[in-house]
Write a protein that binds this ligand. Structure first.
Ligand SMILES: Cc1ncc(COP(=O)(O)O)c(C=O)c1O
Length: 419
């Protein structure tokens, strides 16, 4: 019989196999200093384009003050226990009511982490006779939720309404046999490439097919829509989203998340969400902090205006200089370049060391072979000066990529990797 660990000793996994070349620099980098447009990486100042602090709240003095006061008043333990047992408070309820109102839903329920909350919500919404139809590019937390499902599931091609309709047809036939219902899951904004889920067109299919729609709006909440209620509001279909999800980890610059829906659905979920029934309640300092942040979203429209000033400057600047930024319809700003993984590594090193620009890099297998994706997250803390320095740096690195500089620089690296 094999030792369970044998496979681990042999194979570190698709990302882990790059650890020796990548760890500490390309993965698990340590960004230091206060969360802002400029932070320190390995002792040098860098313009930071990789943090989802969209509205610049992470380090806002009013937020920091409220967080510190709440930590002093409540510590990090209170309340102890799961919501259902001993972890429930007036402020948890108040936050839920305010979140529900903000996203124009009847009720909301707090989740102590977005990821496990999504997994658990998918799990709670479906029974074995129900069918799930979801976008093939869905976030890992949706996929893991679907993995718990004992019944049938279909994926549809990314943001492809024809493919969704085909799969809804299949799912409808199957549901007629099983006696179950259908749950469609999309993201409000797909966080890697920035395109919005085609919620308007998905909702239009409700006229033809009987399904409920669950939207993960992690990147849309606070950034899209007239009031910041997200992708559904932006597309005029917020009322037709049956279950809405957002995390505090992006626009609210904190930890925690929530779901919002009709009162009856939330009442059901609150008694059936295993991630909340069997885990400690969201601690009070996070609840108080979220109340403050939400108040700022409501009363300080300039936060979103500042964000979009930077998004527009960055995205139009990149387009004007001939960069391919795909089909983003959100703040998420991808820049696609052609090159190998070693070239991508040399390019990112150059960007960080010589131009002081820090952004995330995505390569195969997340995107097709031969493509390099530099993923940039503009925030309200960035300045137009940051944008113009970054655009100049991008011009320079594109030239070096095209004239083979990175190929030469990466030759040694390729050799080391055995490619
Ligand atoms: C689309 C999406 N859904 C869910 C999550 C998980 O949220 P959390 O960080 O609160 O666990 C993330 C990442 O933060 C995300 O990008």
């Amino acid at each position: 019989m094999k030792d369970l660990f044998e496979k681990i000793y042999k194979d570190k996994g698709p990302l882990g196999k790059w650890a020796a070349q990548a760890e500490g620099y390309f993965v698990f980098p340590k960004l230091e200093g206060e969360i802002s447009n400029r932070m320190k990486f390995q002792g040098k100042e860098v313009i930071t384009w990789s943090i989802n602090d969209y509205l610049g709240l992470a380090n806002h003095p009013e937020v920091r003050k409220v967080d510190a006061e709440a930590a002093a008043q409540y510590g990090s333990a209170y309340p102890m226990g799961a919501r259902m047992m001993s972890g429930h408070t007036d402020l948890h309820e108040q936050l839920q009511n305010e979140l529900a109102e903000f996203v124009h839903k009847e009720a909301a329920y707090l989740l102590n982490f977005g990821y496990q909350g999504m997994v658990s919500t998918v799990d709670a919404l479906v029974g074995k006779d129900d069918i799930i139809v979801y976008d093939v590019d869905a976030h890992a937390c949706i996929i893991d939720g679907v993995r718990l499902h004992h019944g049938k599931r279909f994926t549809y091609k990314h943001n492809d309404i024809e493919s969704l309709e085909k799969n809804l047809g299949r799912a409808t036939k199957m549901a007629e046999q099983t006696g179950g219902g259908i749950l469609v899951i999309s993201e409000g904004v797909f966080g890697m490439r920035g395109e919005q889920g085609r919620l308007k067109e998905i909702v239009a299919l409700k006229k033809k097919y009987n399904f409920r729609l669950f939207v993960d709006d992690a990147h849309g909440f606070g950034t899209l829509g007239k009031t910041g209620a997200g992708a559904g509001e932006e597309q005029g279909v917020q009322d037709d989203i049956d279950v809405y999800f957002a995390t505090f980890a992006k626009s609210l610059a904190s930890t925690g998340a929530f779901i919002a829906a009709d009162q009856e659905i939330i009442d059901y979920l609150k008694y059936n969400l295993r991630s909340q029934m069997f885990a400690k309640s969201l601690q009070m300092q996070l609840v108080v902090g979220a109340l403050k942040r939400l108040d700022m979203l409501r009363t300080m429209p300039e936060l979103k205006q500042n964000l979009w000033k930077i998004v527009d400057a960055l995205q139009s600047g990149l387009k004007d200089r001939g960069f391919d930024i795909g089909s983003t319809q959100s703040c998420v700003t991808p820049v696609y370049l052609n090159g190998s993984i070693p070239e991508a590594m040399a390019l990112v090193r150059d960007l960080r060391e010589n131009y002081g620009i820090f952004c995330s890099i995505v390569v195969y297998p997340v995107i097709p072979k031969g493509l390099i994706l530099l993923r940039m997250i503009p925030t309200a803390t960035h300045t137009l000066q940051d944008v113009s320095e970054t655009l100049d740096a991008f011009d320079a690195i594109r030239e070096r990529l095209e004239n083979g500089t990175y190929k030469r620089m990466s030759a040694a690296l390729m050799k080391a990797m055995g490619e």
